[in-house]
Design a binder for this molecule. Structure first.
Ligand SMILES: Cc1ncc(C[n+]2csc(CCOP(=O)(O)OP(=O)(O)O)c2C)c(N)n1
Ligand code: SF4
Ligand SMILES: [Mg+2]
Length: 266
């Protein structure tokens, strides 16, 4: 029998009633077994969004748009109104919803294949029109759902099932920095790049998500874009721990974390 990677922890909690509760499941995050692979950042990203919706008290007024990709079943976990979109079309669907129901808070949740490959045109034109929606972009540098093919965001040299010798920039081009690209559009109101691989990064990503939804509620500007650079342990052929280390060692040098565009000062 192979040894478990992480030994189970048996923690004795003798004075449980005297302890401060530091975490509870967000009310809007449905208590259901997730279909994601162990250690996948999608589940943490889901939690952040649902915490944000709880804290802003917008469960009844929020409509999410789910993509095609590993997060295609996002609506199984998010206890809000949700609409499924065809692959890449989430921001176009969100545009329609927001225009018909302008008092609703509308967001898309999309992977990098969905947003930065088949959906590039929809993404750019939605933001160029300054639609007052939030786009949550989970960039894990690969097509996770379909078996680990190269994405437009894959780093040079990275091995995937369609770049078995590593991404060769001469024949396969360079990785797209979507956040930087769209930040030059006048319709982009708030653009930030975050991560969810550590406690510190989760706290920062949460603040960014809160801001993005709050900006939409204030209705002063255009599109808010929150990129979450994440892992795909299965597609990357790494353990969850290795994949999080890889983010720190290799990925964040290219996909620098932090705010890229802030709303104009009043
Ligand atoms: C029109 C169309 N083309 C291709 C596919 C196949 N397909 C499904 S998901 C996907 C890519 C998913 O990758 P990503 O958006 O990065 O999400 P991840 O699974 O990595 O979270 C592709 C190419 C499809 N479902 N529909
Ligand atoms: S294939 Fe990758 S992105 Fe999809 S659930 Fe598994 S680890 Fe997450
Ligand atoms: Mg992906």
């Amino acid at each position: 029998m192979t040894e478990p990677l992480i030994e189970p922890q048996h923690i004795q909690c003798e004075n449980l009633d005297q302890m401060d509760q530091v975490w509870t499941r967000p009310e809007t995050l449905i208590d259901r077994k997730l279909h994601y692979c162990p250690g996948c950042g999608h589940s943490v990203a889901h939690r952040l969004i649902m915490e944000t919706i709880d804290e802003l008290n917008i469960q009844e007024t929020t409509i999410g748009v789910a993509p095609v990709g590993c997060s295609v079943f996002a609506y199984h976990y998010m206890d809000i109104d949700m609409q499924e979109a065809a692959h890449g079309r989430a921001t176009a669907v969100a545009t329609g919803i927001k225009r018909v129901l302008p008092d609703r808070i509308v967001f898309t949740y999309q992977g990098d294949g969905d947003l930065a490959a088949i959906g590039t045109a929809e993404t750019i034109h939605t933001i160029n029109r300054g639609e007052n929606i939030v786009i949550i972009f989970v960039n894990n540098g690969i097509y996770g759902m379909t078996g680990g093919q190269m994405a437009p965001t894959t780093l040079p040299g990275f091995v995937t099932s369609t770049s078995p010798n590593g991404r060769d920039t001469h024949t396969m081009g360079y990785p797209l920095k979507m956040a930087e690209m769209i930040s030059v559009l006048p319709g982009a109101y708030y653009v930030t790049r975050q991560a969810v691989h550590s406690a510190k990064s989760v706290r920062k990503a949460k603040k960014a998500t809160l801001k993005a939804f709050q900006y939409q509620m204030d209705g002063k500007g255009g599109t808010s874009f929150v990129e979450i650079v994440s892992n795909c342990p299965s597609g990357w052929k790494m353990t969850p721990v290795e994949s999080n280390q890889y983010l720190d060692d290799e990925i964040f040098d290219f996909y620098t974390l932090g705010d890229i565009k802030l709303p104009p000062k009043e």
